[in-house]
Write a protein that binds this ligand. Structure first.
Ligand SMILES: [Zn+2]
Ligand SMILES: [Zn+2]
Length: 275
């Protein structure tokens, strides 16, 4: 139960911390750092945790896989093995009993973020992510997830304080860098990620009859770097591309295509009808 309270406390702290933006002011340096981290962490979740680790939608080298997973870790959504295990269980029991975050069997709030503050979020013993246990570097990320997040906080604070000492005219500070670079950006990414579980199983179009309530929601589609084309995703979970139509913006897919051209990823999986 300790973990349940810990998650609740962290979530409240981050939300309250994000309100710090009204007190710390802002500077160009802070916006650049926060914006860069925001994009890297988001893509760490979509391309790394989700399409690579959970669904094995493409192939890559161990170092690149590690960097994807590290970027995902920094988003404060749990370690990679925990995240993957629960996500796979969502696909196995979508919108049925056993789905830890379904707005159909439970409430919208439970699907959005309540489930992480319930016992269910800690019942998954990791059998669902067993295949990833052969990568000690992923187990390492899982084990040292909390110190990594703490380290991220300390480094951001130190960076802001150092910039303030070196370039006082830039108007940045340790607290400002921490609040924008960690609290605000993390909370925004949280709610966009969580919306895939709540909004994209509630509102939107369902071009495919998938036997669950998953939807394509254009707003979440764009904000979540392509993950909101969620009915497509439940139809073809293995696909590296979620926005299957040309007009379904899928930034994660663009990233993967770019990395493929640089020979950093390969064998991007696609449904037969969309090759
Ligand atoms: Zn889903
Ligand atoms: Zn998925």
């Amino acid at each position: 139960m300790a973990s349940v309270y810990a998650v609740a406390v962290v979530m409240v702290l981050f939300h309250v911390g994000a309100l710090g933006v009204f007190f710390t002011g802002v500077s160009t340096a802070t916006l650049v750092v926060a914006g860069t981290l925001y994009v890297i962490r988001g893509l760490g979740i979509t391309a790394g945790y989700h399409r690579l680790l959970a669904h094995r939608s493409f192939k890559t080298s161990r170092p690149v896989q590690f960097l994807f997973a590290l970027a995902g870790c920094l988003a404060v959504q749990g370690g990679p093995l925990w995240w993957v295990a629960h996500h796979r269980s969502h696909h196995r029991n979508t919108d049925l009993e056993g789905d830890v975050h379904s707005p159909v069997t439970r409430s919208f709030w439970h699907a959005h973020m309540g489930w992480m503050m319930s016992r269910e979020a800690f019942q998954e013993k990791g059998a669902n992510s067993r295949d990833l246990h052969r990568y000690p570097e992923l187990k390492w990320l899982q084990r040292f997830y909390v110190p990594l997040i703490a380290g991220q906080a300390v480094l951001l604070y130190a960076l802001g304080a150092a910039l303030n000492a070196l370039f006082p005219e830039w108007g940045t500070s340790g607290a400002q860098m921490l609040v924008w670079g960690l609290f605000l950006t993390t909370v925004v990414t949280w709610h966009i990620t969580f919306a895939v579980n709540s909004v994209c199983h509630t509102w939107g179009r369902r071009p495919f009859e998938t036997g669950d309530a998953s939807t394509n929601n254009p707003v979440v589609g764009v904000l979540a770097y392509g993950e909101g084309w969620h009915n497509n995703h439940h139809m073809y979970p293995f696909s590296a591309r979620h926005g299957l139509e040309w007009w379904q913006l899928d930034i994660t897919w663009w990233l993967l295509r770019g990395l493929e051209k640089l020979h950093l990823v390969s064998e991007l999986k696609l449904p037969k009808a969309y090759r």
